[in-house]
Design a protein around this ligand. Structure first.
Ligand code: COA
Length: 308
């Protein structure tokens, strides 16, 4: 039997900070409204998807002690590649000096959780070291004159180094899904801006976080009481509160960095994971529930044991 564990992590955010006060100078909105409805205080904007992905990926490799020649695959979760062609993963592979396969995976805000599960499949069929990155520059597809979306979306990247181990490894349970009949509630045409029915996305997000999170916990043979830490997609603190409440997991077990990052799509879970790991909140042996959801709709959850 062959499993995997996370042995390194890294995060990257653009330098430019855009506060709610900044937005209120160009939009009919206020700092207090944004904080009350979303929990977001500020966000980072700028850079390129591959540039941020390279920075986060390099940190994850350093933390894991990986030489570039030993990496077997790069999976880059992104909805905002730098170009239509080629995949931004090819830029990342080249700039990090890797000599392995590389591809982009688009499952929007669920992309990192999808990629982590996908990477475990590659480990099962023989790969040993996989760099899994979530990176997005949503600012490029956000209409900065639309107060319904401009207050939410931002840029960033996070990465993990996933390494094969003998035995079952640390992925204990997982779930993924999609309901394409809900494509219209959050979409962007090629070359266009994000369109969103915020209320409907909110309602559906809570629902799928709960059902998917529960499914992954059950498949791990655990109960919500066994979960030490939840690392949810960082979209809105009220979505996280409501989902934790319905899952029966106290809110103080949920990691949130969205007050300073906004919604960074595929980057949001690995950014929150890196924050929890660096701050010592993630302790060896901890049972961790990762839950992603996003446009599609898509959703993906993974229960892992933290054992870096
Ligand atoms: N600033 C001030 N007022 C705003 C506003 C803003 N940025 N955006 C909307 N409003 C107004 C509305 O016009 C409405 O006014 P009205 O009552 O006079 O009609 C009022 O505030 C309430 O708007 P509503 O859309 O009901 O707010 P909400 O509580 O649903 O919050 C979102 C809006 C977008 C913050 C919320 O729906 C949300 O976060 N949804 C999920 C989005 C998401 O996570 N997307 C990504 C998923 S991966």
């Amino acid at each position: 039997m062959r499993g995997a564990q996370i042995t390194g992590w890294g995060a990257a955010l653009p330098e430019k900070v855009v506060t709610n006060h900044d937005l209120s100078t160009t939009l009919d909105t206020t700092h207090d409204w944004i904080v009350e409805r979303t929990g977001i205080h500020e966000r980072r904007v700028g850079g390129s998807t591959s540039g941020l992905a390279i920075e986060a990926g390099r940190l994850a490799m350093e933390k894991a002690g990986w030489e570039p020649s030993t990496v077997d695959l790069v999976i880059l979760a992104t909805t905002t590649p730098d170009q239509q062609v080629p995949a931004s993963a090819s830029t990342v592979q080249n700039e990090l000096g890797l000599t392995c396969g590389a591809f982009d995976l688009n499952a929007v805000c669920s992309g990192f959780a999808y990629s982590l599960i996908t990477a475990h499949g590659f480990i099962q069929v023989g790969l040993s070291r996989i760099l899994v990155i979530g990176a997005d520059t949503l600012s490029r597809i956000t209409d900065w004159d639309d107060r319904g979306t401009a207050i939410l979306f931002a840029d960033g990247a996070g990465a993990v180094a996933l390494e094969a181990v003998e035995g079952p490894g640390e992925l204990l349970g997982w779930d993924l899904g999609s309901d394409g009949s809900l494509r219209h509630i959050l979409d962007a045409d090629i070359g266009g801006y994000l369109n969103m029915d915020g209320k409907e996305v909110f309602r559906r997000a809570v629902r799928v976080m709960v059902s998917s999170g529960k499914a992954a916990i059950e498949r791990a043979g655990l109960t919500p009481d066994d979960v030490d830490l939840v690392i949810p997609h960082q979209a809105n603190i009220r979505i996280i509160e409501s989902a934790c409440n319905k899952l029966g997991i106290p809110l103080d077990k949920a990691v949130s960095v969205l007050h300073r990052t906004g919604n960074t799509s595929a980057a949001s879970i690995p950014l929150a994971l890196a924050d929890a790991a660096d701050s010592g909140r993630l302790q060896p042996g901890a049972i961790v529930l990762l839950v992603g959801f996003g446009a599609g709709m898509t959703w993906a959850s993974a229960v892992i044991r933290w054992n870096p």
